[in-house]
Design a protein around this ligand. Structure first.
Ligand code: NAP
Length: 252
């Protein structure tokens, strides 16, 4: 059977590693993201292995998402796994110092974008039925508060609850839903969050052992390739060298 995986945010980090992982297992790939050259490079790399369809896409644009899904070529329409991975954090500073636009960008990408793609791809997943999967990339920030988490953490809490609620509605359709919640992983995430501050990114990931994009890709592949009677609801994954902090107390 031709298995098709549809990945958002395939130009970097988890999304790109996930494309490579599914290609290893022979899945056909639908890869999207805003940076076309990155998509073309990945297509070039993987097309000798498996069929690859690329589409430049901003998930915030609902009409563009619908158009892209409607225009999927023959052979890529029967989607078996949707990996809702596109997302970002901005503004690590405290809430009271953040520009409103940064909050809007996170909401538009992590919530509206994920909902846009889910709505557009759902009919194909329903047609696939048994064994189909939606894997939503949440975050530990959706469960655990931390300073500077403000809208990012709240957007990932949405991803978790949306995933659980989808499960309720899709129970009889065969379509599974999982919220994967990674902790610290070294990708371009911190470069994006700090608007290009390489030193901040290096400092965060230095002198410890963060997760890699490949670690998360392996988990995504795992949940989407389990026998069809198993649904992993939520998978929270941290590096062994990351844990929680004590409660903060303001003192005189
Ligand atoms: N790294 C971590 O520590 C960590 C931990 C927990 C959760 N996460 C989540 O994991 C997911 C992937 O992040 P990553 O760590 O792999 O970061 P990354 O390397 O920065 O990759 C983010 C991906 O999202 C895409 N993207 C961003 N905005 C988009 C938009 N408007 N439309 C389409 N694609 C968009 C980017 O592609 P373009 O820029 O080309 O569009 C890129 O491919 C995100 O949802 C993130 O919140 C990351």
């Amino acid at each position: 059977m031709n298995k098709v995986v549809f990945i958002t945010g395939a130009t970097s980090g988890f999304g790109r590693a996930t494309a490579r992982r599914f290609a290893e297992d022979g899945w056909s790939l639908v890869l999207s993201g805003r940076r076309l050259e990155r998509l073309e490079e990945l297509q070039q790399e993987l097309q000798a292995q498996v069929p690859v369809h690329i589409a430049q896409l901003d998930v915030r644009d609902a009409a563009a998402v619908q158009r892209m899904v409607a225009e999927l070529p023959e052979g890529f329409r029967q989607v078996r796994a949707l990996i809702n991975n596109a997302g970002l954090a901005l503004a690590p500073e405290p809430a009271q110092k953040v520009a409103l636009q940064d909050w809007h960008t996170m909401i538009d990408t992590n919530i509206t974008g994920l909902v846009n793609v889910t709505h557009a791809v759902l009919p194909a997943l329903l047609e696939t039925g048994k064994g189909a999967s939606i894997v939503n990339i949440g975050s530990v920030a959706g469960e655990w508060p931390y300073p500077g988490g403000h809208v990012y953490g709240a957007s990932k809490a949405f991803v978790k609850q949306f995933s659980f609620n989808l499960r309720c509605d899709l129970i009889a359709t065969g379509v599974r839903v999982t919220d994967i919640a990674p902790g610290m992983a070294e990708t371009e995430f911190t470069l994006v969050r700090t608007k290009g501050n390489q030193a901040a990114s290096d400092a965060l990931y230095g002198s410890t052992t963060p997760l890699t994009a490949e670690d998360i890709a392996e988990q995504i592949f795992y949940v989407a390739s389990l026998p069809d009677h198993i649904n992993i609801n939520r998978l929270e994954i941290m590096p062994s060298r990351q844990a929680w902090s004590p409660f903060a107390v303001d003192r005189d």
